[in-house]
Ligand binder design. Structure first.
Ligand code: MOS
Length: 750
C-alpha cells in the first residue's frame, strides 16, 4: 500500500500545516477574473428571456419591438436559431442524471418556469436587458404540478439509476414485523424545503471567437472538462476547437457541476454572429435551474427499552423534473450509521414541472441525516437515554450496508472531543430546563457522515532549471483551497518553498481532471500531483547522483530527503546537491511529467471509506418572539489527514453556516398555481448574514486512513451534514417543541 508523502519525500512539511490561501491576494485585489469578466473587442451581450409558464407550448414570439431598439443585433429563439443537434445524447455532461437533458431554444415545449425562450443580443448589457422586456411571448399553457404532496402516492422507483449514486440496498431482516413488535417506537415524517445554492457569483459564460476561428469559453463551472464535453457534443465541435477556462469560481456548492444554459446560449450566439458573446444571469434567473429538491421522509425506529435498535425504516420521496430522473442518496446513510438487524430503506421520485434539481453541498446526506438524526433524538427522549449514549449503543465499526469494515472511523473520538469542548456533561436532559433571561437555552447534537471519494485524475508537473515548479490540472478550485493544498503537496515533494511553486487549474489545456465535487478533489488531484512530483524527484535524484564527485553517488533514493531546494542524505545535511545544480549538470532546462491517479481497488474491496462528524449546538430562543439564535456550535470532524488546518477549518465553518441556513432560513417557495418559485431574491430567500452567526468551533480528530497515499478523505461537505438536525434537536431541548419541517421559522414556534 502507498506510503505517506512526508516520509519518503521532502521534509519541509507544508502539508499538515496551516497555510494562507495562495490565491488570496489575487482575490482581494481584484486580479482574479471570473467567467463574466473576460472580454473581447467585439463582445456582444446576451440577455435571457425566461418562460412565464411552467408547462405548455410557445404559440408565438414577437421580437419586432426588441429588434427595433438601437444597439440590438438579433433575438434568437427556437424559431430562428441556427441548426443544433436534436439528439438528447449530444447534450450529456459528465455528471447529469438519466433522462433527456434540457436543449435550450430547441423547440416550443415548455418544461419549467424560467426556461430560456429567447436570447436578446445587443452591443451592451443594459440595451439587451431593456429589449428583453419588449419580447412578447404567447403560450398555450397547461396546468403545472409542482406540489410534491400531491405526487407522493404515485412516486416511482427510477428505472435508470444515476451514475455514482448508490440506490437503496435490499432490505435485511424483517423491519415491518420487528417494528410492530418493538417495545419503543418512533415513527415520524420529516421534510425540508427546496433550497437554491445562491453562490455569490451568478452564472455567466463568455465565449471568445479567436482569430483562427477556434473558441475560448470562460464558463462558471466546477470543472472545465465537463463544459468542453458538453459544447463538443451539442455543437459538433472537436475538443481542439473549444478551450474552456475557469480559473476562479465565486462559490459553487454544486450549482456549477453541470454546464448551465447560459453556456449553450453564449456559444450558440457566438457561432451565429461570428462574434464573442457573454451571457450573465441575474440573481432572479439563478432560480431557473438546479436546486436541492424537497424530500418527504418517514423514519420508523423500533427499539428495546435500553435503546438498542430492533427495526429501522427510512423512506424518502423526492422531487425531480419531468425530463430527467435526478437522484440522491438520502436513505442509505441510516443503514450505514447504525447497527440494526431489521432494516428497510426506500427511495422514490416524483415528477414535478420544475427545472431538474441538482447536487447541493452534501446532496442527499443533508436531507436524510436531518430525518434520521432528528428521529434518533426523539428515540433518546423516548428511552430516556442521553443522545450520545444512544448513538454509542447502536454504534457499528463495519458498514452494515456493504458488510465491510471502515478503513477508519473516529466518530467515537468526535463524540468525546466534541462533548468535552462543548461542555455537554452539564446538560440537563429535561426540555425547557435551561434559561437565560427571557431566552430559553437548548443544547442538541447529531452525527454526520459523508462518503470519502476519489476519482481518476491526472496532473502535470514541470520543474525548471531555476528551481521553480509548476503543477496543475483542469479541475476547479471552487473556493475550497485547492490551489493552496496542491501547492503545499508540490512544495513538500521537492523540498521547495511554496513561493517557488505555481499551481494552475481550470483550463482544458491542462492535464485532464474531473469536476470539483463530492469532496473528492484533495484525494484525487492531490494524489495525482504528488505522483507527478515524486516522479520528477526520482529523475532529479538520478541527475544528482551522476554528477562528478557527487556526494550522493552511492546513496539510494529511499535514503535522501528533498529540503530547502536541495537533495540531501537523510540525517546528514552536509552530503547534498542543490536541485538547480543537478538540473544544470544533467543539461536539463525542464523536467516534465504527467501522472494519473485513481482509487486503490484493493483497498476498496476490503474497506468502506467515510468521513464523520459529531456536531453540538446551543440555541437561544426568545419565548415571546419565537426568534432562534444559534449561539454556539462545536463541530468535531474525522476526515483522515488534514492537509491544511486553516483552509480545512474554513470549509467546516462555511458548511456550518450553510447548515444554519438550512435549519433556520433557507426556503425556495413555490406558487403551485403558477409552478414558479416566488422568492427569487436575497431579500426574500434568506441566507445567514453575519448577525446570524456567533461562536463556531471546529475540532479535527486524528484519523489514519490508507485509502490513498495522502491519507486524505475530504472536508468540503462533512461540516454541513448533521448541523441542521443538531439545531432542530437543540430547539426541542430549549422549547419542548419538535419541528420536523425545515426551516424552523418563527411561526412554527409560536
Ligand atoms: Mo458538490 S454538491 O459535489 O459541488
Amino acid at each position: 500500500m502507498a506510503t505517506q508523502i512526508s516520509t519518503a519525500a521532502g521534509t519541509d512539511r507544508h502539508v499538515g500545516s496551516p497555510r494562507s490561501r495562495v490565491d488570496g491576494p489575487a482575490k482581494v485585489t481584484g486580479l482574479a477574473k471570473y467567467a463574466g469578466e473576460f472580454t473581447a473587442a467585439d463582445l456582444v451581450h446576451g440577455y435571457v428571456v425566461g418562460s412565464t409558464i411552467a408547462r405548455g407550448t410557445i404559440t408565438g414570439i414577437d421580437c419586432a419591438a426588441a429588434e427595433a431598439v438601437p444597439g440590438v443585433l438579433k433575438v434568437l429563439t427556437h424559431a430562428n436559431r441556427p441548426d443544433v443537434s436534436g439528439k438528447a445524447d449530444s447534450y450529456r455532461d459528465m455528471v447529469g442524471p438519466p433522462g433527456t437533458p434540457l436543449r435550450p431554444l430547441y423547440d416550443a415545449n415548455i418544461l419549467f418556469s424560467g426556461q430560456p425562450v429567447a436570447l436578446v443580443l445587443a452591443e451592451d448589457f443594459e440595451t439587451a436587458r431593456y429589449a428583453a422586456s419588449l419580447v412578447k411571448v404567447t403560450y398555450a399553457a397547461e396546468t403545472p404540478e409542482t406540489d410534491i404532496d400531491a405526487l407522493v402516492p404515485t412516486a416511482y422507483d427510477p428505472p435508470t439509476k444515476r451514475d455514482g449514486i448508490k440506490p437503496p440496498p435490499e432490505p435485511w431482516g424483517d423491519a415491518d414485523a420487528a417494528f410492530g413488535k418493538a417495545p419503543i417506537r418512533v415513527e415520524r415524517q420529516y421534510r425540508m424545503a427546496n433550497e437554491h445554492h445562491n453562490p455569490m457569483e451568478p452564472h455567466a459564460s463568455t465565449v471568445i471567437v479567436e482569430a483562427d476561428g477556434t473558441y475560448t469559453a470562460y464558463d462558471k463551472i466546477q470543472g472545465v472538462a465537463n463544459s468542453q464535453q458538453y459544447l463538443t457534443g451539442a455543437f459538433g465541435l472537436k475538443p481542439e476547437q473549444v478551450r474552456v477556462m475557469n480559473p476562479y469560481l465565486g462559490g459553487g456548492f454544486g450549482a456549477g457541476l453541470r454546464p448551465q444554459y447560459q453556456l449553450f446560449l453564449a456559444m450558440l450566439a457566438a457561432k451565429d454572429l461570428g462574434r464573442s458573446v457573454r451571457v450573465v444571469l441575474t440573481r432572479e434567473q439563478m432560480w431557473s435551474f438546479t436546486y436541492r429538491p424537497e424530500a418527504v421522509q418517514t423514519v420508523s425506529l423500533g427499539a428495546s427499552p435500553d435503546g438498542a435498535l430492533q427495526a429501522l425504516r427510512h423512506d424518502a420521496v423526492q422531487g425531480t423534473s419531468r425530463y430527467e430522473d435526478y437522484q440522491e442518496n438520502i436513505v442509505n446513510w441510516s443503514g450505514t450509521l447504525y447497527k440494526c438487524d431489521n432494516v428497510k430503506l426506500t427511495y422514490r421520485l416524483a415528477k414535478l414541472d420544475t427545472a431538474t434539481p441538482g447536487d447541493m453541498r452534501a446532496p442527499g446526506a443533508v436531507s436524510g441525516l436531518f430525518a434520521i438524526e432528528s428521529a434518533m433524538d426523539e428515540l433518546a427522549v423516548e428511552t430516556g437515554k442521553d443522545p450520545i449514549e444512544l448513538r454509542l449503543i447502536n454504534y457499528t465499526d463495519s458498514d452494515p450496508v456493504e458488510g465491510k469494515p471502515y478503513g477508519s472511523k473516529a466518530l467515537k473520538s468526535c463524540f468525546e472531543q466534541g462533548a468535552a469542548r462543548f461542555g455537554w456533561a452539564k446538560r440537563d436532559p429535561k426540555p425547557r430546563s435551561m434559561r437565560e433571561g427571557r431566552e430559553l437555552v437548548g443544547w442538541g447534537m447529531a452525527s454526520g457522515i459523508w462518503e470519502a471519494l476519489m476519482m481518476p485524475s491526472s496532473a502535470r508537473a514541470v520543474l525548471s532549471a531555476d528551481g521553480k515548479l509548476e503543477i496543475g490540472n483542469s479541475t476547479g478550485d471552487i473556493g475550497t483551497g485547492t490551489y493552496t493544498i496542491l501547492t503545499q503537496i508540490g512544495a513538500d515533494a521537492l523540498g521547495l518553498p511554496m513561493e517557488d511553486v505555481t499551481t494552475k487549474l481550470g483550463d482544458t489545456n491542462l492535464a485532464e481532471a474531473p469536476v470539483a465535487g463530492g469532496s473528492w478533489t484533495a484525494a484525487s488531484s492531490g494524489t495525482a500531483v504528488m505522483k507527478a512530483c515524486r516522479n520528477i524527484a526520482a529523475q532529479v535524484f538520478v541527475l544528482a547522483r551522476q554528477m562528478e564527485n557527487s556526494p550522493l553517488a552511492n546513496v539510494d533514493f529511499e535514503r535522501v530527503v528533498f529540503t530547502g531546494g536541495r537533495i540531501e542524505v537523510a540525517g546528514d545535511p552536509s552530503r547534498g546537491v542543490s536541485i538547480k545544480d543537478a538540473m544544470r549538470a544533467g543539461g536539463f532546462e525542464t523536467i516534465e511529467v504527467t501522472e494519473k491517479a485513481g482509487p486503490d481497488s484493493d483497498f476498496a474491496k476490503q474497506f468502506e471509506c467515510y468521513t464523520h462528524q459529531a456536531v453540538f449546538v446551543e440555541v437561544k430562543v426568545d419565548e415571546d418572539l419565537g426568534q432562534v439564535r444559534v449561539t454556539r456550535v462545536v463541530s468535531a470532524i474525522a476526515a483522515g489527514k488534514i492537509l491544511n488546518p486553516k483552509t480545512a477549518r474554513s470549509q467546516i465553518i462555511g458548511a456550518t453556516v450553510m447548515g444554519i441556513g438550512s435549519a433556520l432560513h433557507e426556503e425556495s417557495m413555490l406558487d403551485h398555481r403558477l409552478g414558479r418559485f416566488m422568492n427569487r431574491n436575497l431579500g426574500e430567500y434568506h441566507v445567514p448574514a453575519n448577525a446570524d452567526i456567533h461562536d463556531l468551533d471546529v475540532i479535527f480528530v486524528d484519523e489514519e486512513d490508507k485509502a490513498n497515499p495522502l491519507g486524505v478523505k475530504g472536508v468540503g461537505e462533512i461540516g454541513i451534514v448533521g448541523t441542521a438536525a443538531a439545531i432542530a434537536n437543540a430547539v426541542f431541548h430549549a422549547t419542548g417543541k419538535r419541528v420536523r419541517d425545515l426551516p424552523i421559522t418563527i411561526d412554527k414556534l409560536l
